[in-house]
Design a protein around this ligand. Structure first.
Ligand code: PRP
Ligand code: URA
Length: 210
């Protein structure tokens, strides 16, 4: 059975997603917001990282403290739009390695087309978090996770800023083992498989293209 998705209800995330949706938000602001949202979501998605006890000398005394127990993480943005989430996440986990999966949605068939794939060499020792701002039909996320799984990572999570119910259901069915983190769950897809109300085309808004 698929795991329940983790829908973010933090006020800071909700506030920033509302600004992101606004069609008058500039490219510069959009980039900053995506990065900040990714950073806040990363906080939740790494909540289960194991800790180990250490002793630290403070200026006052010896303290029993905890640090992350050397668990290795890799982030895998789906190109292009997933790239917009990388900087924010690296602020939180600066030693993580980054893989890349290049996919675009064919405008006619709406099916993802693969054009690039490069993973860290030690990915089999790593927990992977796949990044994409948008989960629409779910095709891109499903294919990207299929590719990542071929490299045998320790575990896979998926993080998106906005999801459509259709894409969420498809991803849960295809990859029931994958923990899914969603910033906001929207109403539906439109006839062009864009998320409603959504934010438009995430890649175009991050990179200022169209
Ligand atoms: C967007 C988005 C996802 C995909 C979601 O990418 O960033 O990767 O669409 O749609 P799906 O769930 O129906 O597959 P797009 O294909 O527009 O490419 P881009 O990031 O290069 O703009
Ligand atoms: N890709 C996007 O960037 N936006 C959508 O709404 C759907 C797919």
């Amino acid at each position: 059975m698929a795991k329940e998705p983790f829908i973010m209800d933090h006020p800071l995330i909700q506030h920033k997603i509302s600004l992101l949706r606004d069609k008058n938000t500039s490219t510069k602001e959009f980039r900053e917001l995506i990065s900040e949202i990714a950073m806040l979501m990363c906080y939740e998605a790494t909540r289960d990282l194991p800790l180990k006890a250490v002793e630290i000398e403070t200026p006052i005394a010896t303290a029993k403290a905890h640090i992350i127990a050397g668990r290795k993480i890799a982030f895998v943005p789906i190109l292009r739009a997933g790239l917009g989430m990388v900087d924010g996440i690296l602020n939180m986990v600066p030693s993580a390695k980054i893989g890349h999966v290049g996919l675009y949605r064919d405008p006619e068939t709406l099916k993802p087309v693969e054009y690039y794939c490069k993973m860290p060499t030690d990915i089999s020792e790593r927990d992977v978090i796949v990044l994409d701002p948008m989960l629409a039909t779910g095709g891109s996320a499903i294919d990207a996770i299929n590719l990542v799984k071929k490299y045998g990572p320790r575990s896979v999570k998926f993080m998106c800023v906005i999801a459509a119910p259709e894409g969420l259901a498809a991803l849960q069915e295809a990859h029931p083992d994958v923990e899914i983190y969603v910033g906001a769950l929207d109403e539906r897809l439109n006839e062009n498989s864009y998320i409603v109300p959504g934010l438009g085309d995430a890649g175009d808004r991050i990179f200022g293209t169209k």
